[in-house]
Write a protein that binds this ligand. Structure first.
Ligand code: SR1
Ligand code: MG
Length: 410
């Protein structure tokens, strides 16, 4: 472990036992929850990188999320706990641009790298729900609205020139961006120890990653990710970063994007593409399990999210800060750029989950023979997106073709 990591480690790592004392020490929290009334603390962290505790009390609940100075699932991999500060900053910015679509933030502790947020235990992680064949109607629409509001509200269109420059400068998140540059846009395309490939998929991976058209499209997508400072994007908007709660009599549906530690000023299409890529993974699972109806429904979410994004962004457009030369032609140009970025990002986000580090339950919980089929389908779909996607008119037609690719018909 390096000296830098050792230095960064010099803060208290929370445990179930120490959480009540922590709450008592934080003025913003002890006003929300009486430490003496805490009935239970649950360690629910099951992601790749952080500790997460649900704190229950007779007067209400909250969640604490603490960044470790290493990757939780690989403690030999050091990583800056400063990511917690980016999470707090982005949660505030996104909460203000898209109220009700991210968890409320109650407190941010820069010294111990902890954020306290709203408890959403009555929601569930969308990936798990999709994998069980459940339909949370409207969630894709909500996420399209979320991406649009954040995209507009944090962009030069929403903020104006001066505030946009200040926001870009305050949101440079190099270490987390480097993880994406490596894991999403590089390692699956080179020989790397992170890549784990079933022998039966070796040719599929070679065909995908060896295709010069794929390599050029991925290189261009990586360049866009590294250079297009359009808006304060979520940066990791896969279906495991979304909480959903279905509508019930007397209770509206709720959809929240969470885990915004990868937020930075990047291409808006990367967030849309993250959703699309994860719809491909969920559909590949459904198809492998013989549930074609669910696969078709999931792939239809791509168009639903896009239509909601487009409509919401266009509705916000009249409020842009500087309409002098940002006319309606620029709106169309911007949206078509987002579409192209989303297509490539969707492919990259799907392919990385079946080649490189950080796999997903959609695929990994399938028996090996079905996993081989699903992975083959995902790679065919990713190749289609990269090679023909931007030229295919709209996500409706495109994701019909993705469905064919998953079924081995393209
Ligand atoms: C070090 S693991 C990193 C991955 O986990 C996150 O969820 C992101 O997807 C990232 O690529
Ligand atoms: Mg995450």
């Amino acid at each position: 472990m390096t000296a830098a990591v050792e230095a960064e480690q010099a803060y208290e790592i929370l445990t179930v036992e120490t959480v009540p004392r922590y709450i008592a020490e934080r003025p913003a929290l002890r006003g929300l929850i009486d430490p003496a009334q805490i009935t239970r603390v649950r360690d629910v962290g099951d992601g790749n990188m952080n500790l997460v505790f649900v704190v229950e009390s007779s007067g209400g609940n909250l969640v604490l999320k603490q960044a470790l100075p290493w990757v939780r699932i690989d403690p030999t991999w050091p990583i800056t706990p400063e990511r917690n500060r980016f999470e707090a900053q982005a949660l505030r910015a996104h909460g203000s641009a898209a109220p009700g679509l991210v968890p409320a933030i109650y407190d941010a502790d820069d010294a111990r790298h902890v954020v306290a947020i709203e408890d959403l235990s009555d929601h569930r992680v969308w990936r798990g729900a999709l994998n069980e064949g459940l339909r949370h109607e409207g969630a894709a629409t909500d996420l399209g609205h979320y991406v649009a509001r954040v995209a507009f509200g944090t962009s030069v269109f929403g903020l104006g020139a001066e505030a946009h420059k200040a926001a870009v400068a305050a949101s440079v998140n190099p270490e987390l961006c480097e993880i994406t540059e490596d894991l999403v846009f590089t390692e699956p395309y080179i020989r790397h120890e992170h890549n784990k490939i079933l022998p039966a998929n070796a040719q599929d991976v070679a065909d995908y990653a060896g295709d010069p058209r794929v390599r050029t499209a991925i290189g261009m997508a990586k360049l866009a990710f590294m250079t297009h400072a359009e808006a304060l994007i979520h940066g990791d908007l896969h279906t495991g970063s979304v909480l959903v709660r279905a509508e019930e009599p007397g209770r509206a549906r709720s959809t929240r994007a969470f885990d915004v530690e990868f937020a930075f000023y990047g291409p808006v299409g990367f967030d849309i593409g993250a959703l699309w890529g994860n719809f491909v993974l969920a559909a590949a699972r459904a198809r492998a399990l013989g549930d074609d109806e669910h696969a078709t429904w999931v792939l239809g979410l791509a168009e639903e999210a896009w239509a909601a994004f487009r409509a919401e962004f266009a509705a916000l457009w009249p409020g842009r800060a500087d309409p002098r030369v940002y006319g309606d032609g620029v709106l169309e140009g911007f949206l078509s750029g987002v579409y192209g970025d989303a297509v490539a990002a969707g492919a990259a986000k799907a392919a990385r989950r079946v080649i490189g580090f950080s796999r997903v339950a959609d695929i990994e919980t399938l028996p090996e023979d079905l996993r081989v089929t699903a992975i083959r389908g995902v790679l065919r779909a990713a190749r289609l997106l990269l090679v023909e996607g931007a030229a295919t008119e709209g996500p409706g037609a495109l994701f019909d073709r993705v469905g064919d690719a998953l079924a081995g018909e393209s």
